[in-house]
Design a protein around this ligand. Structure first.
Ligand code: SAH
Length: 462
């Protein structure tokens, strides 16, 4: 039977694919079905047909999988913020570990490495310390909102429908952030709606209000509010800063990032501080970190501590080692390891992150870390003496081939590779497998209710 677009089939979901979709087969042909989980029995409709696979949506759930639970959030199934709320947490952890194993096998051709059980997140709601909400002049409606004439469809402040740049849901409460964040979100929405400045149109590229970014300090229970606007106009934004700081003592920093770029990225070309200082402080382990609006900081603070403990353990430090920390961000890993090593050199390309890393060292009275600003591909050559341990924590795209080659040539005995993307982890370590043994991999869940997984690999030179 040839699979056809728009056709409806009755299926049982048998597997979970990377990307968080359920998998079934009809006459041996693979179909990915969004918002399903193994053991679902469902009617599905094909929405896309390619040469080797098809994609489908659920039409009717005939009998639900025992792994399904009632999602706590009203936007579940529609919002791209998290797509796995309907799957019980224990199962999420299993699927994530399986993604790591599958990536190693299929992409890296590596099948003999122990992959430990996923370490769960200590919090599985309210775990994010940073949220970005988009503004839009067209609100995307939930099915039960369609046809409701009381709804103002000309304004939205919220999160995107998965994979879309212009479909923004108007979100009143997000379970991934602490409760006060939702109050700030709703007060900001009310303010923006009554303001004289128009909301941004994601198709017209006109309008003033673009994004609201909230940062939360888990340890100190404090907030930074960052409004991203398309132009500078302090008369308009200052009253919002005043309102929020007067109402919530926890809001200790309000900044305004200004961007003329059409790209959907909540980073400004420059920043104005409207209240307090342009930073907040959070704590990982026994270290304090100052975080500015545009710096990288792990989004799950308690999860970061669990992750860095694994890194420390895999690095096997005794106090006498030299360490290189590649992709060092705001220096969090270097600082976390500073008490266990002789000397640590970080390399990072974003200037504000390097400055934050240096400030964070000073703040924590650390004198054995230094940071180089530059692209790893070029700056790695500045590390002239072979370090005892290499810690690598690249972005989702993984390492550039030329970086992998330089790392192999450097010949460090021990490598700890921290990855937020099992596919590029598998690709990169397979490029190194003639020179390094992969001894073990520890998945750490930093992002409950999403299919994303962080993993730490321990490598040793052959
Ligand atoms: N280790 C840090 C940050 C990891 S995120 C932590 O745990 O918080 C990855 C970092 O790599 C980001 O800070 C990003 O700015 C940086 N980065 C990405 N590509 C880079 C490159 N080619 N050269 C140097 N740094 C890079």
């Amino acid at each position: 039977m040839a699979i056809k677009k728009k056709q409806i089939y009755e299926v049982k979901i048998t597997d979970m694919a990377f990307g968080g979709k359920g998998v079934t087969k009809v006459d041996g042909f693979t179909i990915f079905v969004d918002q399903t989980v193994p053991m679902d029995h469902a009617l599905i409709r094909i929405i896309k047909k390619k040469k080797n696979y098809a994609e489908a949506k659920i039409v009717e759930l005939l009998s639900p999988s025992p792994y399904r639970i009632e999602a706590a959030c009203e936007y579940s199934g529609f919002c791209g913020g998290c797509k796995w709320q309907f799957i019980e947490y224990e199962k999420q952890l299993e699927y994530k570990r399986q993604h790591v194993i599958d990536s190693l096998e299929h992409i890296g051709m590596i099948n003999d490495v122990p992959v430990h059980l996923t370490i769960p997140s200590k919090k599985n709601t309210e775990y994010r310390n940073k949220m970005e909400f988009s503004c839009s002049d067209r609100r995307w409606l939930l099915p039960d909102e369609l046809g409701n004439d009381d709804i103002d469809t000309g304004f939205a402040l919220g999160l995107h429908v998965p994979g879309t740049f212009y479909k923004v849901l108007d979100i009143n409460a997000c379970l991934l952030q602490s409760k006060l964040g939702n109050r700030i979100l709703n007060d900001t929405r009310a303010f923006m709606k009554q303001s004289s400045a128009p909301v941004y149109g994601l198709r017209s590229h006109e309008g003033f209000w673009r994004f609201l970014m909230l940062r939360y300090s888990n340890y100190f229970d404090q907030w930074m509010v960052n409004m991203i606007t398309s132009a500078e106009d302090q008369k308009i934004v200052q009253p919002l800063a005043d309102l929020l700081t007067a109402k919530y003592p926890e809001v200790i920093s309000v900044v305004n990032n200004i961007t003329s770029s059409k790209a959907g990225i909540a980073v400004g070309e420059y920043e104005i501080c409207l209240a307090g200082e342009a930073k907040i402080t959070d704590r990982i382990g026994s270290f304090d970190f100052e975080i500015s609006a545009n710096s990288f900081f792990q989004t799950n603070t308690l999860g970061a501590e669990q992750l860095y403990e694994i890194v420390k353990n895999y690095a096997g430090l005794t106090g006498s080692e030299t360490v290189a920390d590649l992709y060092s961000g705001t220096g969090t890993i270097a600082i976390y390891l500073s008490g266990s090593a002789k000397e640590i050199t970080g390399i990072e390309c974003v200037e504000s992150s390097v400055k934050d890393a240096e400030k964070n060292c000073a703040k924590n009275h650390i004198s054995n870390c230094r940071f180089i600003r530059g692209d790893i591909a070029e700056s790695i050559s500045l590390i002239t003496e072979k370090p005892d341990v290499l810690v690598i924590d690249p972005p989702r795209v993984g390492m550039h081939k030329s970086v992998v080659k330089q790392i192999i040539d450097m010949g460090t005995d021990r490598i700890v590779y921290v990855s937020c993307n099992p596919s590029t982890l598998a690709r990169d370590i397979s490029l190194m497998k003639d020179h390094y043994n992969v001894l073990e991999i520890q998945p750490v869940d930093m992002f409950p209710h999403t299919y994303h997984i962080e993993a730490v690999a321990r490598l040793e030179r052959k």
